[in-house]
Design a protein around this ligand. Sequence first.
Ligand code: ZN
Ligand code: ZN
Length: 358
Amino acid sequence: VDYKRRLNAARRQLDPHRIDALLITHLPNVRYLCGFTGSSGILALDDQRSAFFTDGRYTQQARDEVRGAHVRIDSKALKAATEWLSRRRSLRRIGIESAHVTVAEQNAIRKLVPTGCKLAAMPPLVEQLRIIKDSEEIARIRSACHLGVKLFDSVLRVIRAGVEESDIAAKLEYEAHRSGAEQMAFSSIIAGGKRSALPHGRASHALIPRRGFVVCDFGVILAGYCSDMTRTLHVGVPARRLRDGYAAVRDAQQAAVEAVRPGVSVGEVDEAARKLLAKRKLARFFSHSTGHGVGLEIHEVPRIAAGQKERLRPGMVITIEPGIYLPGKWGVRIEDTVLVTQTSCEILTPCPKELITV
Ligand code: ZN
Ligand code: ZN
């Protein structure tokens, strides 16, 4: 991984934002820029230098992992970082990651910087760099997604009426770990029967009913990168209107996938799914946005939502996941993770979308 290139890209953000230095505290951003995977550390950079600060618990790990930045071990990492930044020259403005710094942390930083130096709340600068994945990142996301597809087979083998949702999730997660996943990307969703109407129905102790949909939404983290996919299957023979509901979501998902290509705005992709559901008078049951970016984190920019202007570019990895939810009755969601290519997109989670009944 070319951390020097990434750090230089971050550095080029200093001038346009009129800051002399930047303190990176959001750990996925730290990892992206210098490789550190531990749970505590700060990256500081100015127009010429970069240094990574962490405490004694991570001495070995930081030396092994961090590239492109000097490693400094200090029990007061924040203090060490601000002192290091002000040593070379007097600073007027230091950028902080406004979406990730708490009020308490901001107050602490303010006390540490020299008098006359201002803190400037930055928009998500590093997140904007992370929006385009390089070939190494794409390879890792593809592997994570392919593992996800493989794991769905093990879900299919255990789903049947009378089994606890959490037993199915446990089986899925056990297989994930055995196959090399570091951890799950989020709490697995296995939501059967009426619970399928909960867009975020985490696996519970409820039993899979004798008839009804089961929404399965899960992801793994493999080599640091997340996968994300959802399939909905049906236990027993589905009633006509449920079959129609499923077909509507499948067609909406297909329409949105087909809308994905460079230059198209993410709002247009959302519209493609919504328009199809509106035709079948189901749009009011589609209560969330169509998707999100995926990478080191499970939810990244861009947000694939109504009215969003961001345009798709090759190298973006996003999910396409329309769903409909009839409260107290049933729900369906189908989700793929896709890579924006030069001309259209590659589905990274190739797995059948015909309605499966078990
Ligand atoms: Zn998902
Ligand atoms: Zn998702």
